[in-house]
Write a protein that binds this ligand. Structure first.
Ligand code: ZN
Ligand code: ZN
Length: 689
């Protein structure tokens, strides 16, 4: 928002919410109807092409958003190395408003402006005229309009809205108040209207010009440098005719320089060119890919999970466990992506966070959950993991100790310095600590994953009785855990705590007594079948405020991403980073000098979800919260990672409150509801869970 929003800030259709697209409906119906009912030369090719053109604009913008997020995560050629906050993601979520406006004005112009219909595909004179008018009057007028917008009167009412984004995303380019958009439209209408009125226009000039504006706008705000140097050396005047991403980025960090639209010419003429333009351009071009200190390996879950990736659509990424029916309409893209993942076969960067000095990256293995279940896929998947570990090592990720759960890779590469950490043990710890104190018996129902076996053994070790639904599960658990006496086959289903994994049916839920607490241990929660029971969120933990780039959390942190809050510093926490299943007890145990007690807070009840976190209870009354990243390949400076700044309880409490408030506003960051990407729990180590 601008600091003092002026008149006509909001879009006229804002009150319609997501129904805003209906404003186009009458026009679309009219154009399609007249195209279908008329014949031959009477048919107008312009009006019928408006809708496909608007769709193309939306896809074009989305491609830029995805590329930019992927590149930002990789870190090479990044211009402004800062993270984006929640507010910006929210503020920029209505980027399609200008496409709507553009559509309406196209339809209206098509009807009222003489000569704006029945256009030829191409006319050279019209294209040249458009280019000349753009380079001349449009760039010149924009330059002065832009400077006027930086006058404090207009800046505070309008233009500050655009400048609220210091670190830009491609789509920041079209984030302006409604009135400002109208003024830009008038400006860009000059070449369009001129060519239409002189009868020189064509489909290419019309749609090509708007696409050029989109291209330059997105590029200027994409926050990574991509224009190669050789382009300027083969044609030096290009410097005055085309800006670069770092050029406009300086306008967002310096405010008082680089006002030009797409052609820096007028900044040179009026002396407003930023002196650091060239050096920033060269510096960012040379910037190499980042060496992450921690790599979190994860994988795709379902073919549709690609839409929930942080680099995809923000609205899908924020609701990863919810599938929308209209995603079925995307099947050509889904199918294409499946084909590509098979073909590409390399892990790719999907997210980047920083935590203090640590740089964390999430890499996705291009394989779906189902593939992890196939024996014949195991070798290929292991190969991919192996490749990722080697790559992490090559990128300089170091560690001086290797955790036991990475045996295969360690045996094969004894010289590895990378520390391989299995994350499933922390999921186990979280689940164990979600069980209310004093519980003496639990029921375990769901597919028997590695996590399930570990939970069962840990519970038996503590003397808590574990019941199962089916004999086969009972036999398997008995065989695997070696505990007999604490394992029972449930007859009455009277247990009040149910630990549930994939495969729990609604009928099974009906057998639970009233008030039963369902605690999921898998990535996806069970479908709620009971109103008189409590459903815990999937294993998840909150990240501390020092973790940066959490905007992508909104776009989807993974449910078992393993961000947990553990209330202890020092060696114990250090250990958490490399905890193995056997150490869970130690980690979760009560008492003992360094005993870290993990306890769950926040049960999802009828009133809706509350983000839960694990924590509390530290010797000496200190209360601290921090982050534990359980899954990682390569942990350099683990101790540092865990030793966040000590803060007073009060301060922590306040932060927690603020965070909760923010989260309730941004329901989509509820970690447990997050990304369709499953966590790499266990993936990093021995393949499937
Ligand atoms: Zn500006
Ligand atoms: Zn800008």
């Amino acid at each position: 928002m601008a600091s003092k929003p002026g008149v006509l800030t909001d879009w006229p259709w804002t009150p319609l919410g997501s129904f805003k697209y209906v404003v186009l409906a009458p026009w679309v119906v009219h154009s399609v109807y007249s195209f279908a009912t008329k014949n031959g030369s009477e048919r107008d090719n312009v009006s019928v092409l408006v809708l496909p053109f608007l769709l193309w604009r939306a896809i074009h913008n989305q491609i830029w958003i995805s590329i930019s997020r992927h590149r930002t995560a990789k870190g090479s050629n990044r211009i402004v190395d800062k993270s984006i906050d929640f507010e910006q993601v929210d503020r920029e979520s209505n980027w399609d408003d200008q496409i709507l406006l553009n559509g309406l004005l196209f339809y209206i112009g098509n009807i009222i402006v003489p000569g704006a219909s029945h256009l030829p595909i191409w006319r050279t004179d019209g294209v040249v005229l458009t280019a000349l008018i753009h380079a001349g009057p449009v760039e010149f007028l924009y330059y002065w309009l832009h400077r006027a917008l930086h006058h404090h009167y207009l800046y505070s009412r309008y233009h500050s809205h655009h400048h609220s984004s210091i670190v830009t995303e491609p789509i920041t380019s079209v984030i302006h108040p409604f009135a400002e958009h109208m003024s830009y439209f008038l400006l860009f209408a000059i070449p369009i209207v001129t060519t239409v009125l002189t009868g020189k226009t064509s489909l290419a000039a019309l749609f090509g010009y708007i696409s050029y504006i989109d291209l330059m706008n997105n590029m200027g705000h994409c926050n990574f440098e991509l224009i190669p140097k050789w382009l300027f050396s083969i044609f030096p005047p290009l410097k005055y005719m085309m800006y670069t991403p770092s050029y406009h980025s300086l306008h967002h960090t310096q405010f008082r320089t680089n006002y030009s639209l797409f052609m820096p010419f007028y900044d040179y003429v009026y002396g407003t060119m930023d002196k650091s333009t060239d050096s920033l351009y060269e510096k960012t071009l040379e910037m190499e890919e980042e060496s992450p200190s921690v790599v979190h390996l994860t994988h795709l879950t379902t073919p549709e999970s690609i839409y929930h990736l942080p680099i995809g659509f923000a609205s899908f990424a924020s609701k990863p466990q919810i599938s929308k029916w209209y995603l079925w309409l995307m099947w050509p893209v889904t199918f294409w992506s499946m084909f590509m993942t098979c073909l590409h076969g390399r892990t790719f960067v999907i997210e980047r966070n920083t935590f203090g000095k640590l740089k964390l990256q999430s890499w996705a293995i291009p394989r779906y959950t189902i593939q992890f279940l196939f024996q014949w896929q195991r070798e290929a998947i292991s190969g991919l993991i192996e490749q990722a570990i080697i790559e992490a090592e090559a990128r300089g990720t170091k560690g001086d100790e290797i955790n036991r759960n990475g045996e295969i890779y360690i045996q094969r590469y004894p010289q590895l310095k990378v520390k391989v950490v299995d994350g499933s043990s922390l999921v186990v710890a979280v689940v164990l600590n979600s069980i209310p104190k004093g519980t003496t018996q639990v029921l375990l129902r769901g597919s028997l994953s590695k996590v399930a076996y570990s939970i069962a053994s840990a519970l038996c070790r503590r003397g808590i009785q574990v019941s199962t639904f089916y004999k086969i599960e009972y036999e398997r658990l008995k065989l695997s855990t070696g505990y007999g006496s604490d394992l029972v086959l449930s007859r009455s289903y009277s247990e009040k705590v149910w630990l549930v994994g994939d495969g729990l049916s609604e009928q099974e839920q009906q057998k639970a007594p009233k008030g039963t607490l369902f605690i999921p241990y898998s990535q996806f929660p069970p479908k709620k079948a009971r109103n008189d029971c409590l459903y815990h969120h999937t294993p998840a933990m909150l990240a501390p405020s020092a973790l940066e780039n959490l905007n992508s959390c909104e776009r989807g942190l993974h449910p078992n991403h393993g961000r947990i809050h553990v209330d202890e510093l020092g060696t114990q926490i250090n250990k958490v980073g490399v905890v193995t299943v056997d150490e869970v007890d130690e980690l979760a145990g009560e008492g003992g000098e360094m005993g870290v007690e993990l306890g769950a807070e926040g049960v999802e009840g009828d009133e809706g979800a509350e983000v839960g976190y694990v924590g509390v209870g530290v010797e000496g009354g200190k209360e601290e919260r921090g982050l534990v990243e359980p899954v990682g390949v390569g942990v350099d400076g683990v101790a540092e990672f865990w030793s966040w700044e000590m803060k007073s309880t009060l301060e922590r409490e306040r932060e927690r409150e603020e965070r909760r408030e923010r989260e309730s506003r941004h329901r989509n960051i509820e970690v447990e509801k997050s990304s369709g990407m499953s966590l790499g729990v266990a993936v990093g180590i021995d393949g499937p869970k």
